[in-house]
Design a protein around this ligand. Structure first.
Ligand SMILES: CC(C)(COP(=O)(O)OP(=O)(O)OC[C@H]1O[C@@H](n2cnc3c(N)ncnc32)[C@H](O)[C@@H]1OP(=O)(O)O)[C@@H](O)C(=O)NCCC(=O)NCCS
Length: 150
């Protein structure tokens, strides 16, 4: 398994991965435009030339970052790839001076296994909700907020 930064050549595979799960209601979808613009935020996992995992670190505010768009291909879930991507993103965050990483997710137990704890969404800064106004679920967000000090 190779963990690396993606290039534009990876975008179609990333698009498929994330939007297949989004169609099942498991995570929010991502347009190609968003993937192109945020490509530097991502780490991907590659096996035999195929993208089998992805996740992004989005810089939110002073010392605060979000892990988002985590998606591991269904045939390789529960084999540690998600954990490895989260750990790699946390390393990136540390190198940037981030002190708190949070996630908004339907899979809180995956993050709890890695030391994240739940927090009331209201404790996150208002800026976090800026992008939410474009979400079809707004204002009835049913994602769970978790964070970790790093
Ligand atoms: C959730 C997801 C990212 C987890 O990735 P993964 O590669 O399967 O996770 P890992 O194998 O690294 O699991 C790490 C630990 O979390 C546990 N875990 C993984 N997914 C879990 C889940 N959904 N619920 C509870 N525990 C979970 C694993 O059993 C493992 O536990 P261990 O430390 O006791 O061995 C992946 O299943 C996925 O892409 N799901 C569909 C999309 C999605 O829901 N994305 C989340 C959006 S934030």
């Amino acid at each position: 398994m190779i963990y690396r930064k993606p290039t534009f050549k990876d975008v179609e595979a990333m698009f498929e991965l994330v939007n297949n799960y989004a169609e099942q209601g498991l995570m929010l979808g991502r347009s190609r435009n968003v993937l192109y613009e945020s490509l530097r935020d991502f780490i991907v996992a590659e096996e035999n030339g195929e993208i089998v995992g992805m996740g992004a670190l989005y810089l939110m505010w002073n010392e605060l970052a979000e892990i988002r768009a985590m998606a591991i291909a269904p045939q390789v879930t529960k084999s540690g790839i998600g954990r490895n991507i989260v750990q790699a993103l946390i390393e990136e965050a540390k190198n940037l001076g981030v002190t708190t990483v949070f996630a908004l997710t339907y899979q809180p137990d995956f993050f709890k296994k890695q030391g994240f704890t739940e927090l009331p969404k209201e404790e996150l800064p208002h800026k976090v909700w800026k992008e939410c106004i474009n979400c079809t679920k707004f204002p009835n967000c049913d994602e769970i907020a978790l964070s970790i000090k790093i």
